[in-house]
Design a protein. Sequence first.
Length: 132
Amino acid sequence: MISLHELQSGDTVITRYGDVEKKGKILQVDREDKKVLVLTDENEFWYDLDNLYPIYLTGDTLLQLQFHVDAAHSSNADKLYVRGPFSVRLYPEGHKPAISLHYRDETRDLNTPITLNELQNHYHAMTNFHLE
């Protein structure tokens, strides 16, 4: 399950309807009714929080978001993923910080792994653009 306070319009999540899971984009969050309007494929549907799941942030997820590995600044232990002036460094399990986010003169060190929608929220806060 995912927490309502973490969700914003434009975030990407996994939806479940019956036994079918699909990736979708949040269009609207109704905090009063605790429901989220999500676009999957070409369909919009209101979901309860029980039917929404986060996408865990991995190197593969970053590659799908058009980040690329900066081999010159990566090692076997940690990888630096870059998209324009924004970068994400993923450290091995147990390392503190677990993730470093960097944009121009701002760096955020996070001590726990994050989900895709959390990265999207950090990206938006740091750049004023939404990561899709």
